[in-house]
Each structure stands twice: as C-alpha cells, then as structure tokens.
Design a protein around this ligand. Structure first.
Ligand SMILES: Cc1cc2nc3c(=O)[nH]c(=O)nc-3n(C[C@H](O)[C@H](O)[C@H](O)COP(=O)(O)OP(=O)(O)OC[C@H]3O[C@@H](n4cnc5c(N)ncnc54)[C@H](O)[C@@H]3O)c2cc1C
Length: 458
C-alpha cells in the first residue's frame, strides 16, 4: 500500500473529489466482483487539466492512479489500492466533428458516440457487442466486434489521441505525431498514459440490419462456414456462440451473421446463405434498424439485472487461438466443460478475424492468417469464493494450453498473469512497451491493477 496522503494536498481541481464510503466502495468494485481494492480517493475530473494535475500529483507522491471507464473490467484492472481512481465518466462530451471524424472525450460510452454519429449518417466501423463501455476503456484493450474481420480493432479506427502521460503531461499523438506514445497507448492497458480525448474515424451507416442465426450440429461444419464467410467478407458482421444443452450435455454451434442495408436495397439471401451448410430447419432471421441491432444486448442486460446475475462474479477468459489449432483446442475444451463450469448465465463465444486487418502493435494475436477469439464468459455464484477460484483455475489451465500452442490473450480477463506471462504475450513488442513505460510513466504509478509490470493478482 502507498503512504496515505492528505486530501488537502491534492491540487486545486474543477471536478469533484470524493472520499465518502459509497464512492470508495464503488471504485473498489468492477464487473468481475472478484478483486476489491479500495482507493484513497475518487476524482471526477471536469477537464483534461484536472486529469493532468491529478496524475502529476500521483507521480510526485508515488501514489497509484487509474482511470475508470464503465468499470466493466473483470479482475481489478481499473482499481488503485490506496491510490486515486479517476472516474472518467465525468469527461464524456461528444464534441462537434467534421467530415468523417468525431472527437469524443474518453469517458463517453459507445452508445453516446452513436447518438452523435448516426444523425450525420455515420457510424464507427467497429463496435463492441455492448455499447455501455467507454471509449477510453475499450481503446485500452483493443475493442473487438463482429466487424473486426473487415475493419480491425477499434484501436485501428482511431486517428488522434489526447493523452495524459504518467508524469501529468497532456500530449497530442497520432501516427504522425508522437507515434511512440500513440502506439503505446492504443491497447496499451493504461500503462503509458490516460486517454482524455479521441478522434474517431467514421464511415457511412446503413439504415437496417438483417441478422441470421445459423445452427450447426458439428464443430467442423461451423468452423468451415465461419472461415468461408469471414475470408470472403460477404457479411458485415460475423460472430459465433457455442451452446450447451444442459440435459444431453451436447454442444451446438451458432453462427451469427448480419448484413446492413438501406431500403429499397435488400440483402441477397441466396448469395449470402446458399453455399453454407447450416441446418435449414432451425435457422432464424430477424430484421431491425441498424441501431437496434447494435444495441441488442440491452434486452439481455435488463433481464440479467432483474434476475441478479448481472451483479454476480464474472471470471471471464478471452484468448486468441491460431487457426490450425482451433478445432482441437475448442473440441477438447468443450469436452471438459459443463454447465457448472460456465454458471447460469455463462456464454461461450468463438469467431475468427483476419490478422491482416489488425494494425495496432500492442494487439497481440497468433501468427496464422485467421485468428480466433475464444471467450469463456463464466458467471460465478455470489458468496462462493471456492467456486469462483475453481473457475479461475480453469481459466489458467486453458490459458497455459493455448499459450503452448501459439495463442495469446485478449486482455479483458480474470486470469492471474506474471510479468513473464505478459512478456511472452507481448513478444516482439515487449521491449518497446517497456521502453515507453520508462519514458512516459517513470514512477510506475499508472494502472497497476493490470499487473503488466510486476504481475497481477494471484
Ligand atoms: C457485458 C460486457 C460485454 C463486453 N463486450 C465486449 C466486446 O464485444 N468487445 C470487446 O472488445 N470487449 C468487450 N468487453 C470487454 C471490455 O471491452 C473491456 O473490459 C473494457 O476494458 C471495459 O471498458 P470500460 O469502459 O468498462 O473500462 P474499465 O473497466 O473502467 O477500464 C478498463 C481498463 O482500461 C483502463 N482505462 C479506462 N479508461 C481509460 C482511459 N481513458 N485511458 C487509459 N486507460 C483507461 C482502466 O484503468 C482499466 O485498466 C465486454 C465487457 C462486458 C462486461
């Protein structure tokens, strides 16, 4: 724990300084409900200058400081024991944009971004499945979605950033200007700077979405059709789920594919589906507005909030698996996975993306042309630490297996990782990240909850 500091020593700020019990308890929680690290204080910055002043203070005192977006991390990644949590949701203005650009404060949620871009007929090219995450929060990890096979990660669609470095300096960066910082911050897990503002590249938005749910009985057929559709790019969006029948303990496979269109145009169903080998009897089709499709998780969220499991522990694991190992890894994992390993509202996702579309240096994926996001989104029971610990053990076991076969993590996980694990994960990029850390956060105060330098929770 850092030396306690007196709140009166904090610099004068325009925003709020909170040390009441409710604010500290909230900042000690996240989506995971597994790690609880109480900060000394929560600051709700009112300006970029507030963020800079707080980080400069933290660096001067050697106090840990972390940005908190929507708090949807699963393992304390945005927490700062005894330190300062910057609640970035107070910096959430969506600024005026020109042409196909939009400038947003980092605490804005993707839902707000769409609220500003769609009236201009524009959309971010890639959106996460859940729109209540913040821009800063997803840019810290990458930001993957069903359109990543076309457009890369959200970090690939950002053109400029305003960043407060670990010394409290506000720096503008892009590929052309301060490129080292730009590359160290995108998917940089908050290690070298806090993003305060981002310029997003937008593209024209279609009005409607047609979504097909295509079911398969065999993993091989499902993988083959995912490979085909992602490689030829026929759909705008492709993801997939692995569904466990609780009674038979058998798995079924769901390819989720969506095409966007504007009337009077219509998707050509025969061209899109004709050569795929899904079960014709069980296929489902839905049509909605583009925004309704993007916001499809809202309904599920309301149900999970109502039944309570939204607030239960979430020992999640996301890994990237190389194409030539995916069938073996997934088949072996599913053979060992039962409902008790996923929890009542648990979910398993699997979909490929094209590596050539991923240009952010710190997004680390296997070396195959197609790489597969394999996500075991487990829900633990409340007040069952042993059960949650068992799920974390399962995560650790799968991670070791995937790593041995050339896989990497998508770092939004409940997974204890040593510094050596992170070094292996970042591979060729580790030295650059380490150098950037020394340069931009020499006191090592930024985002310690990620455990990149020094390892994470065990
Ligand atoms: C229901 C749900 C659905 C999800 N779906 C997807 C998905 O489809 N695709 C996907 O890619 N991910 C998905 N995620 C994972 C999610 O993108 C990451 O966990 C993300 O980091 C959370 O964003 P947040 O705004 O909640 O950030 P937080 O959890 O608050 O912060 C995440 C990390 O980023 C740091 N951080 C936050 N803001 C900043 C900033 N401004 N500058 C620098 N660092 C910052 C924090 O310190 C912390 O280390 C999902 C998570 C949940 C819970």
């Amino acid at each position: 724990m850092p030396e306690p500091f007196d709140l009166a020593d904090l610099p004068a700020l325009d925003g709020d300084v909170l040390d009441d019990d409710a604010s500290l308890a909230a900042a000690a929680q996240d989506w995971g409900h597994i790690v609880q690290a109480r900060p000394r204080v929560v600051v709700r910055p009112a300006s970029q200058a507030d963020v800079a002043a707080v980080v400069a203070f933290a660096a001067d005192r050697g106090v840990p400081v972390a940005a908190r977006g929507a708090g949807h991390s699963p393992f304390g990644q945005g927490q700062a024991a005894g330190g300062i949590v910057l609640d970035m949701t107070s910096l959430a203005t969506v600024h005026a944009g020109t042409g196909n650009r939009l400038v947003v404060d980092a605490g804005a949620r993707w839902q707000q971004v769409l609220g500003a871009s769609l009236p201009r007929g524009l959309t971010p090219p890639v959106l996460t499945d859940y729109l209540e995450l913040t821009v800063g929060g997803t840019l810290a990890v990458g930001g993957i979605g069903g359109a990543t096979h076309h457009h890369g990660m959200q970090t690939d669609t950002v053109t400029e950033l305003e960043v407060v470095t670990g010394e409290g300096e506000l720096v503008h960066c892009s590929a052309e200007e301060n490129g080292e910082l730009f590359d160290a911050v995108r998917a940089g897990l908050g290690q070298c700077g806090i993003v305060t503002r981002a310029t997003l590249r937008l593209q024209p938005a279609k009005q409607r979405a047609r979504r097909w749910k295509l079911y398969y009985d065999t993993l091989g057929d499902f993988l083959a059709d995912q490979r085909t559709t992602v490689t030829d790019g026929r759909f705008d969006y492709v993801e997939g789920q692995l569904l466990l029948d609780d009674e038979t303990r058998e798995w079924r496979y769901l390819l989720e594919a969506t095409s966007y269109f504007s009337l009077p145009d219509q998707p050509d169903e025969e061209a899109l589906l004709g050569d795929l080998s899904f079960s014709r009897e069980t296929a489902e089709v839905e049509e909605s507005t583009y925004l309704e499709f993007l916001d499809r998780m809202a309904e599920g969220e309301a149900i999970l909030r109502e039944e309570g499991s939204w607030f239960h522990p979430h020992p999640w694991l996301n890994v990237f698996v190389p194409d030539d190992e995916v069938e073996t890894i997934v088949a072996d994992t599913l053979a060992e996975t039962g409902g008790e390993d996923l929890g009542d509202s648990g979910l398993v996702m699997l979909y490929p993306v094209c590596r050539e579309k991923l240009a952010t240096p710190l997004v680390r994926v296997p070396s195959s042309d197609l790489v597969w996001l394999f996500a075991l989104l487990r829900t633990g029971k409340p007040y069952d630490p042993a059960g949650v610990a068992r799920m974390i053990q399962l995560n650790a076991g799968l991670y070791e297996r995937v790593k041995a076969l050339g896989g990497t993590v998508y770092p939004a996980n409940t997974l204890p990782m040593t510094e050596k694990d992170w070094k292996d994960h970042f591979g060729d990029e580790w030295e650059k990240l380490e150098a950037a850390k020394k340069r931009y956060d020499p006191k090592g105060v930024l985002t310690v909850g990620q455990g990149v330098f020094g390892g994470s929770h065990t």
